[in-house]
Ligand binder design. Structure first.
Ligand code: SAM
Ligand code: SF4
Length: 266
């Protein structure tokens, strides 16, 4: 479906949870934040209903994200269900990779077509610090497992401070090159301050060509990451919420005071 600026909206990012097994410095506070109540979180059946309607309205690609999607129970069966929709060309996921080695084969068998794994450094101590406790070896094992499982494409998302030439970014690039994986560099953003920029090696942050909608774990369709606009699928019904979100998708982002990456889905 075309929005008011003639952009073809065909991509839906679905956050299946606001929970995460890491606490990245730039994404989530360590403590003192409010998680969604279980009854607020959409059931998988509700998400599938939104996806089916979204596909009727022109969505052809979905990305499953979070929070950390692999911490939600039943994620493999959910991917199996979603992959049955013949209108979807691609079912993809963004994960921190910590649990990936446990799920790699089942993810591919369930129909996941591509995966993005977040990795900002290949220095174990720095990784531990950035993620407040994460084990780099688990992510590397996860990357190797999903490669072995034979997924068609793996990308690494690397958050940078200033440039893709900074030492950690260069080391991540060298690691990716050695594995035949593409690295994408994402400038650290600030939703509240409206600080965002184009993803190097990706399509995020390019408002002119933005083709995305987001579905939050509690059922809000968000037309733009950098806007407070949201349309509740439980209150409005999925079809209305999607049509309104596409109709009101802003020309470009400003700022967002109503959420963070972990509860909107990056
Ligand atoms: N937990 C999964 C992960 O980390 O890949 C999926 C959700 S996470 C919110 C999705 C992406 O958002 C990750 O690649 C992460 O690096 C990115 N992200 C989180 N906070 C960010 C920020 N402040 N600026 C830029 N990217 C951010
Ligand atoms: Fe969790 Fe991903 Fe946010 Fe890190 S970036 S805290 S892994 S949701």
């Amino acid at each position: 479906m075309l929005d008011s600026y003639n952009r073809n909206i065909n991509y839906l990012r679905i956050s299946v949870t606001d929970r995460c097994n890491l606490r990245c410095l730039y994404c989530m506070p360590e403590e003192g934040f409010k998680l969604l109540k279980h009854e607020e979180i959409l059931s998988y059946e509700e998400i599938i209903e939104v996806v089916n309607i979204a596909v009727d309205l022109g969505i052809t690609k979905v990305r499953i994200t979070g929070g950390e999607p692999l911490v939600r129970k039943g994620i493999i069966d959910f991917i199996k269900m979603i992959s049955k929709n013949k209108g979807l060309d691609e079912v993809t996921m963004t994960t921190n990779g910590i649990l990936l080695s446990d799920f790699a084969t089942s993810l591919v068998e369930a129909g996941l077509s591509r995966i993005n794994i977040s990795l900002d450094t290949i220095d174990a101590k720095k990784f531990y610090d950035i993620t407040r406790g994460g084990d780099l070896n688990k992510v590397i094992a996860g990357i190797e497992a999903i490669q072995k499982a034979g997924i068609s494409q793996i990308k690494v998302n690397c958050v940078i401070k200033k440039s893709s030439k900074e030492p950690d970014a260069k080391a991540v690039k060298a690691f990716c090159d050695s594995k035949g994986i593409q690295a994408r560099f994402i400038h650290q953003m600030n939703l509240e301050k409206g600080q965002f920029s184009i993803v190097e090696g990706g399509s995020g942050g390019d408002c002119h060509n933005c083709n995305r909608l987001r579905l939050t774990a509690n059922g809000k369709i968000k037309p733009c990451l950098f806007s407070d606009l949201e349309f509740d699928v439980r209150k409005l019904g999925a079809k209305n919420a999607i049509i309104k979100a596409i109709g009101e998708k802003p020309a470009s982002g400003t700022y967002n005071n109503s959420g963070n990456f972990y509860n909107i889905g990056g």
